[in-house]
Design a protein around this ligand. Structure first.
Ligand code: MN
Length: 723
């Protein structure tokens, strides 16, 4: 590659070298083009340090290539990550020059930066989720991590106030987040850098103490490890012994949490022996060697090699008494176990946090990332994995800010109404408009992650039906429905009151069926609408009631019809059994409840009229029962599996083509039920019909009633009886 300036050529060669070391194949042309493009875009800018701006994207790209090597697309995106934000370059231009993937990653990084600029970090966990909800491609986050790491490494050039803000954000958001991604090294470095700017005094103190003790510590570790090394060599084992790294911030945190001085935390020596072997028995051989040299401390031995932890962690832990009587924690594991341990560590860390379903998603995602870093070597495999990164994670929710900067989580497509009910039901009930990012918008506006919202309320505003068309959350929908129903109920009740007053005045009486019939004939959906219309003054009751004389006549017809129906049904059934016997006793049917075959019945012994057969559900029965307990007698309809009873149904509904067909079909198609007679009369647009049919028992009849009620246009179905 030829760059005008040898300085740039040198930089590019460095980047190229890192890429070659970590990727099986790279698109050198694309990398060179990206680098050149970035140089040109930032040529007039300088960093706070006075360096040319290009040093920043270059270092970020280098971090990506060396420390989180995923692919060359990510490296190119890192080179370009600040172009949209800081220069005149547009997403469209990037897409034209570098393709959709690069453009989308750079765009994603830019959007994240936008969110962080405008807001104080108050809820770290929600912020991490906000980040995820905005990101469609995991590589956006990786570039952002690298960007942040380089900014932290060069933080000294900024104003102290800015240093603190960025350090705080790093400690709360980026450090834990990078650990979740399995990027432990990132986490340590970010934490230590943040610690340096947030608590300079403690940082310096610990840092000084560590360097003062470095020699002492290193010589102790050597003293401890040397005899072990010698023995391991004798056994021809390949190994690596190291003192486990202690990071400044983690020491500090332990001091605070355990309330102990530096020395007690730091003087706990920890050694790790990693064996380059595939035979786990070598771990036990090594354990034997360690114990031969140093006596183990009872109760401090754990064998996770034979019995791995649930997260697949495998290692032997033991504590021994080392030179000078100092306690030393020793971990023994194979290289393979070590890798699993490092990888599982991210998972281990998150167990301490509250678990939700989305956390589970996150864990899976982290594992994907780890897989890419560690195992996928073939390009094809990587491609597949990256395809899987086109995430749906958190894409079904959005995070929006309250005016105070708190974050609220909402389902995707939520509107200001949803947000308002999320804040408080009072806010929801009276919201009249909203400001999104300072602009007034209508209530049905779809919100996006990162929006800042202010709800405008008015005392006179109330929920209306229209809101149901765009509200998304259950909370909002329920509240709106509840309000509408309550409002409607009040109107219906007002209508009922007016109606009853009118009837009283005209000395008329209507039962529910009459009202239904009337409502249907006036083309209302049902009685609710009928009463509503009365309340709203849309219906002239005098007019409507003028025709009721007609209806009264009809009533009488019904009664006559029923009497003849009832007696024919009883005859078909073969009368009644009194005390189990078919004849010999005089009986008759009570007029008050008019029992028909199939009704549960009971007999009452009268003087002169023999046994009166009542329905068990008859209202008069309880009155009689109180005084004459002894005068009741068992009666029943003749029981015979194949015997059929005649039952009558009254059906009221809207007159529409085909409805009679639907009714007869519903009856006949159920267990081949036979229809005895059908009587339908229509008036205006309503019909009412009586149908008599043959049924086996009450259950059979009830099933048919259910079926009839489901027919479109049928408003009520009732047992045929007198009124
Ligand atoms: Mn940057």
């Amino acid at each position: 590659m030829n760059f005008s300036n040898p300085k740039y050529k040198k930089m590019f060669d460095r980047l190229l070298g890192a890429c070659h070391q970590n990727f099986p194949s790279i698109d050198e042309k694309l990398l060179a083009k990206g680098f050149e493009f970035a140089i040109e875009a930032h040529k007039n800018d300088r960093r706070a340090s006075g360096d040319e701006y290009i040093t920043h994207p270059f270092e970020v790209a280098l971090i990506v290539a060396q420390e989180i090597p995923l692919d060359d697309v990510t490296v190119v995106s890192a080179l370009l990550h600040d172009t949209i934000e800081d220069t005149e370059i547009s997403v469209e231009l990037l897409q034209k020059e570098f393709g959709k993937e690069v453009a989308e990653i750079v765009d994603g990084v830019t959007k994240i930066s936008g969110i962080f600029k405008g807001h104080e970090i108050t809820q770290a966990e929600n912020f991490r989720k906000l980040l995820l909800s905005m990101v469609k491609d995991v590589r956006v986050i990786l570039v952002k991590f690298a960007d942040r790491l380089h900014n932290m490494r060069t933080l000294e050039h900024l104003h102290p106030e800015k240093q603190r803000r960025i350090a705080q954000e790093t400690l709360e958001i980026y450090a834990p987040f990078s650990h979740r991604f399995g990027l432990a090294q990132f986490k340590w470095e970010l934490e230590d850098l943040a610690f340096k700017y947030l608590n300079k005094v403690a940082y310096d103190e610990i840092s000084n103490k560590i360097s003062a003790k470095r020699n002492e510590r290193e010589s102790f570790i050597k003293k401890f490890a040397d005899p072990i090394s010698k023995k391991l060599d004798e056994y021809k084992l390949k190994y690596e012994i190291s003192g486990r790294a202690k990071h400044l911030y983690s020491i500090y945190r332990k001091m605070v949490r355990r309330n102990k001085p530096f020395e007690e935390i730091y003087d706990l020596f920890a050694i790790r022996i990693i064996l380059d072997t595939s035979d786990k028995n070598d771990c036990y051989t090594t354990l034997g060697i360690v114990n031969q040299m140093y006596p183990p401390v009872a109760d401090r031995f754990k064998d996770y090699v034979s019995i791995p932890k649930t997260n697949n962690y495998q290692s032997i832990h033991t504590t021994v008494v080392g030179p000078d009587g100092k306690l030393v924690e020793v971990q023994i594991r194979t290289r393979n176990m070590h890798e699993i341990a490092e990888r599982g560590f991210a998972a281990h860390w998150r167990y301490k946090e509250s678990k939700t379903t989305s956390d589970k998603d996150l864990e899976n995602w982290v594992n994907w990332v780890r897989d890419i870093f560690e195992s996928a070597t073939k390009d094809e495999e990587k491609k597949d994995l990256i395809e899987n990164f086109k995430l749906n994670l958190y894409q079904d929710e959005i995070y929006v800010f309250t005016p105070k900067g708190d974050l609220k989580r909402l389902p995707i497509n939520s509107t200001p109404v949803d947000f308002a009910f999320e804040i408080h039901s009072k806010v929801g009930h009276h919201c009249i408009g909203a400001k999104v990012n300072g602009k007034i918008v209508p209530l049905d506006t779809r919100l996006h992650s990162g929006d800042q919202l202010e709800i405008i309320i008015s005392k006179n505003q109330h929920p209306n039906k229209n809101w149901l068309k765009f509200a998304v959350t259950h909370k909002a929908k329920n509240a709106i429905r509840k309000y509408i129903n309550k409002e409607e109920e009040e109107i219906v009740n007002a209508g009922k009151e007016l109606w009853e007053k009118k009837l009283k005045k005209l000395k008329l009486s209507f039962n529910m069926e009459d009202i239904i019939r009337l409502a249907v004939s006036l083309k209302f959906e049902g009685t609710k609408h009928f009463f509503k219309s009365i309340a709203q003054g849309k219906l002239d009751l005098d007019d409507v009631l003028a025709t009721t004389k007609e209806k009264e006549k009809k009533e009488k017809v019904s009664v006559l019809e029923f009497d003849s129906f009832a007696s024919s049904a009883r005859n078909t059934a073969g009368g009644i059994l009194v005390d189990g016997k078919i004849d010999g006793i005089l009986y008759s049917y009570a007029k008050c409840c008019n029992p028909i075959p199939g009704d549960p019945v009971i007999g009452f012994v009268t003087i002169g009229e023999g046994v009166k057969v009542h329905r068990k559900s008859c209202n008069n029965l309880s009155m009689i029962q109180e005084k004459n307990e002894s005068k009741f007698i068992t009666v029943q309809w003749p029981e015979n599996e194949s015997s059929l009873f005649v039952a009558g149904l009254k059906i009221v509904g809207k007159d529409s083509p085909g409805i009679l067909n639907d009714i007869s079909h519903a009856i006949v198609s159920y267990q081949n039920t036979n229809i005895k007679s059908v009587n339908i009369s229509t008036a205006d647009s309503s019909f009412d019909g009586s149908v008599t049919l043959y049924v086996h028992n009450i259950g059979h009849l009830e099933r048919i009633i259910e079926r009839l009620k489901k027919i479109k246009g049928v408003i009520s179905v009732e047992r045929f009886e007198s009124f």
